[in-house]
Design a protein around this ligand. Sequence first.
Ligand code: B12
Length: 238
Amino acid sequence: VAALAFTCLERERLVGAGLAAELRAAMHRVRRRMVEVQGQDGFFGNVYSTPWAMQVFIATKTCRTQPAYGRAMAALLENLDAFTTAATMAQALPALHGRSYLDLATTQCREEPDTLTPIGPELPPEVSGNMTVRLVVECPERWCPQRQLYDQPVPAPAGASLLDVLRAAAAQGSSNFTFDTQETSQGPFLSRVLGLEARQQKRSYWQLLTAPSTSLQMGVADYRPSDGETLILRLSRW
Ligand code: B12
């Protein structure tokens, strides 16, 4: 996002010649760094950060000459089913159309032919039966009474989201599990677990992981655990 902002400042001549040259040099370094860190799978970071990175090549008009961009586009097209929420789709669509957010400034929406028709959200396929997920809550902070605050099996309908699993755990009266979420543009954000609130000022958050230690790439409402999986909610720092 910062790289896009730099390009905007330079392109719109909002800065003097000296700073413009520095911004161009910074953009060059950013692109070189992104090419260096591109994974074997073609992604810059993960599937959700890749469209952002592609927008930088688009905005700086380097996408045609940069092979890394072509590899990223191929990887993105192979993984379109990962974009299930409005927020992630909004980040991928410009890149898929070869546009960056900077193009929005000159987009004439009034000239749109208004031919878009809303479609109902595609519901995930119905899965019958039940599953059991192990839910673990970890607090590695020094002030926590113990590192592991909760460890219980939670039965839930097969195909349920992690949010459904948390609700099922809370409904299991015997285990005293509680949680809270906050609505954000990306969907519900897990803000409090077992009465412990993650605090912005302390740069702490409830990280979602699948055992042994893979950080999830989706939020509680989108991630659908499998039968037998162990999910960890860990109070972490960013
Ligand atoms: C900064 C950031 C964070 C910070 C936010 C705190 C802060 N004060 O800055 C922290 C480290 C806490 C964070 C956590 C997580 N994040 Co995050 N985060 C981002 C990032 C880089 C920028 C968001 C932002 O500032 N937007 C600009 C502001 C103005 O908009 P905003 O709507 O107010 O932003 C808020 C929400 O986005 C919210 N938020 C941040 N991440 C997430 C993730 C989810 C699922 C939800 C519902 C909300 C949310 O915090 C922001 C600040 O308050 C985005 C990347 C991106 N391209 O959007 C990833 C991103 C949104 N995060 C992502 C993920 C996966 C997570 C986690 C689920 C990771 C994990 N395994 O635990 C957790 C959320 C867990 C939970 N408790 O629910 C993914 C979401 C992908 C998806 N499929 O939806 C993104 C797109 C990164 C990526 N490429 O994988 N994140």
